[in-house]
Ligand binder design. Structure first.
Ligand SMILES: Nc1ncnc2c1ncn2[C@@H]1O[C@H](COP(=O)(O)OP(=O)(O)O)[C@@H](O)[C@H]1O
Ligand SMILES: O=C(O)C1=C[C@@H](OP(=O)(O)O)[C@@H](O)[C@H](O)C1
Ligand SMILES: [Mg+2]
Length: 164
């Protein structure tokens, strides 16, 4: 699962794993567990480049170890090596517009990249990232106005996978 922060990768990833009868894993959770700190704490203490290096290793490990549904952090696709690792995988890009993003995240401090001027930052972030999400995706699923269950069904349809 890839897409911007707050789009529902973690929520839909878990529902999708249940529907498919496979395991679920989330690289942000892996990082928090391994580091014993929140993502926000790592950003503040170490800065984004260090977080990205930690994240890259976490994605590599998760892809090697895990065969079910994997949710990535929204910025993981910024790394070219990570994008290369995603080649050959089924990759669902969950998309949304900025107003949906406001509703989903509440633009709160838990997401450090949106802490100052959230709407502007979100638009800039998407300008920098949209083509990368599209590059790695094998399926694009719009989430605007859809419940997590509806998004999950749309993802299943888009992947043309049968339920377990
Ligand atoms: N389709 C949806 N409709 C409304 N709210 C959603 C939807 N998907 C997720 N959410 C909510 O948006 C927030 C962010 O979801 P999350 O799964 O953590 O996104 P991500 O992992 O992409 O950052 C959560 O509060 C979640 O409950
Ligand atoms: O888009 C990003 O750069 C980030 C997204 C977050 O994950 P979610 O997409 O699950 O919110 C988390 O990895 C970190 O705050 C950075
Ligand atoms: Mg998440």
């Amino acid at each position: 699962m890839v897409g911007p922060m707050g789009v529902g990768k973690s929520t839909v990833g878990q529902l999708l794993a249940e529907r498919l009868g496979v395991g679920y894993r989330d690289t942000d959770d892996d990082i928090v567990a391994a580091q014993g700190r929140t993502i926000a704490e790592i950003f503040v203490a170490e800065g984004e480049p260090v977080f990205r290096a930690i994240e890259k290793a976490a994605v590599r490990r998760a892809l090697a170890e895990h065969g079910g549904v994997l949710a990535l952090g929204g910025g993981a696709i910024l790394d070219a090596d990570t994008r290369a690792l995603l080649a050959g995988q089924r990759v669902v890009y969950l998309s949304m517009d900025v107003e949906e993003a406001v509703k989903r995240t509440g633009f709160n401090a838990a997401r450090p990249l949106l802490a100052v001027n959230p709407r502007k930052q979100w638009r800039e972030l998407m300008e920098a990232r949209r083509h990368l999400y599209e590059e790695v995706a094998t399926a694009v699923v719009p989430t605007d106005g859809r419940t997590p269950e509806e998004v999950t069904q749309a993802a299943l349809d888009a992947l043309e996978l049968k339920e377990a």
